[in-house]
Write a protein that binds this ligand. Structure first.
Ligand SMILES: NC(=O)C1=CN([C@@H]2O[C@H](COP(=O)(O)OP(=O)(O)OC[C@H]3O[C@@H](n4cnc5c(N)ncnc54)[C@H](OP(=O)(O)O)[C@@H]3O)[C@@H](O)[C@H]2O)[C@@H](O)CC1
Ligand SMILES: [K+]
Length: 482
């Protein structure tokens, strides 16, 4: 698991660390790490290559200047462009000058255009809002690879939101720990590859604000049958989905639950015939009342939002087993507050809204997706999985998890139905609902990536890759033999 800390918590930890280490040592450590990545980006030829530093008013610019001094010692031709000449970091500037670096304050376009590598030290953790006009104009001239210091300037550090001109980096070097910008939304895309430089901050940081699961974590958590297991002990998943108009949603959701674990799947609804034909291992009935016992329900995909769908949803909520409520079920919950009364608040529930469904339920998402999901999770006492390029999973107890997507292939019609089936089967296995949603999100995204191989895919193709995705995740969890 990877931890992510907000800028407030990073600053508090940095202040504690700064109080007990020699002046300037943290910045030099950070800058040395930055210069090392820059040299790797310039390799194989380093001497005589041209690096241009974009230097803002604070310590982020200081990092860039110190890294420039290290690069000069390796024979790199370094030019620093000072965007706030009166406020440039004095020690960093002196170090660069001492090593023969060039410093300019105007007519910088040529230095930017001619660079082999641009280092973005415009603004870091104290950034607020998009790039200001002078910086934005220079950034527009860049055609070389960009190495961002801590984060791509212009992106909001705590939300990853981009609301105007901002740097798009080839790579980002960050210090001490990951920050939200590295895993959330548009910001995560703008970071390129993220390198973490250890500056000794970890002992000063408390519990992470956001958790990012890695393949090995999900592989370890994925339920697999033991020698004494049978189809019941691994959890029975019930699927209440689909309608005569939308049998496909039921097919996708049921298929995902069938492939995700070895537990049994029951389907209850109007698409029973279609389900029987393609998933013969599934027990089908026409209604939730006749379905028999399940350990978790998936409800919502393609079920409609009329009176009969409302009745079905109430029956599912009254069953007092964990529920994954998706799609139309979310719209119904937003429309009819009385539906919440059907639920025992102690029974786990996962809601899986996209932005529009979220807005119906809990207001506009806004820039801070983690805060919005946490607010809704607390208000309704449920786990909220907010879909997006980075999927956010928030628990009512304040835990937040982000699954940053490596591609967007999974953003296709019917893909959400597959996700709901995966979550349902993990809930039925007895997994903690917050982890169930996080593990399902990762397997889902990976299945999309495996299915796509560089070309668009329908949700059915993603579904067929679920077993391979689970294999990849489980393989990542296996100990490496030397
Ligand atoms: N603490 C440590 O030990 C270590 C810290 N480290 C480094 O320090 C960095 C944080 O440095 P920092 O706090 O000095 O501020 P920083 O982000 O450089 O901003 C400076 C000023 O820029 C301005 N500004 C704001 N928004 C803007 C915008 N959109 N466009 C343009 N300008 C904008 C605003 O000033 P204003 O002009 O508004 O008065 C702001 O005060 C951190 O990211 C890491 O790189 C590492 O060395 C490791 C050790
Ligand atoms: K930066």
């Amino acid at each position: 698991m990877k931890g992510v800390w907000t800028t407030d918590h990073v600053r508090e930890a940095e202040n504690r660390l700064l109080a007990r280490v020699p002046d300037g040592s943290l910045m030099r450590k950070a800058a040395f790490g930055l210069a090392t990545v820059a040299l790797r980006m310039l390799a194989p030829r380093v001497t005589g290559r041209r690096v241009t530093l974009l230097v803002g008013a604070g310590n982020n610019g200081g990092d860039a200047l110190w890294a420039g001094a290290f690069l000069r010692r390796r024979g790199v031709a370094v030019t620093a462009v000072l965007l706030a000449p009166d406020r440039a970091h004095p020690e960093g500037l002196a170090a660069l000058r001492k090593t023969g670096g060039r410093v300019i304050t105007e007519d910088a376009r040529e230095a930017v255009r001619a660079a082999d590598l641009v280092i973005d030290g415009i603004v870091g953790l104290s950034a607020r809002g998009p790039l200001r006009p002078a910086a934005a104009e220079l950034v527009e001239q860049v055609s070389a690879p960009v190495l961002a210091v801590d984060l791509p300037s212009g992106v909001e550090p705590d939300t990853g939101a981009v609301n105007g001109p901002a740097v798009t980096a080839t790579a980002t070097v960050t210090f001490g720990c990951h920050k939200p910008v590295h895993v959330l939304g548009e910001g995560a895309k703008r970071c390129g590859e993220v390198h973490l430089v250890d500056i000794g901050l970890r002992p000063e940081l408390g519990e992470p604000d956001i958790t990012v699961l890695e393949h090995a974590d999900v592989g370890r958590l994925w339920p697999v049958p033991g020698p004494t297991d049978d189809k019941y002990t691994q959890g029975v998943t019930g699927i209440s989905a689909g309608s005569s108009a939308y049998p496909g949603a039921a097919w996708l959701s049921t298929g995902a639950a069938t492939l995700a674990t070895s537990g049994m799947v029951r389907y209850a609804g109007p698409a029973a015939e279609a389900i029987r034909a393609s998933w013969p291992e599934v027990i089908t009935t026409g209604s939730v009342a006749d379905a028999g016992r399940v350990q978790a329900w998936v409800v919502g995909p393609g079920m409609g939002t009329g009176a009969s769908a409302k009745e079905v949803l109430a029956q599912v909520l009254e069953a007092e087993v964990p529920v994954c409520a998706d799609a139309d079920a979310i719209t119904l919950l937003a429309k009819h507050e009385d539906l919440w009364d059907a639920r025992d608040p102690a029974t786990p529930m996962v809601l899986t809204p996209h932005d529009r469904e979220f807005a119906r339920l809990a207001g506009e998402v806004g820039d801070d997706r983690v805060a919005a999901a946490l607010r809704a999770a607390k208000r309704f006492g449920v786990v909220v999985l907010l879909k997006g390029h980075s999927t956010v999973v928030a628990a009512p107890d304040g835990r937040a998890l982000v699954n940053p997507a490596r591609s967007s292939w999974a953003a296709t019609a019917g893909s959400g139905d597959v996700l709901s089936g995966l979550i349902g089967s993990l809930l039925a296995s007895g997994m903690d609902p917050w982890l169930a949603a996080g593990c399902a999100a990762m397997a889902h995204e990976l299945a999309g990536e495996l299915a796509a191989e560089g070309a668009p895919i329908p949700a059915g193709a993603l579904l067929r890759q679920v077993p391979d995705a689970i294999r990849v995740l489980r393989a990542a969890a296996e100990p490496v033999t030397p």
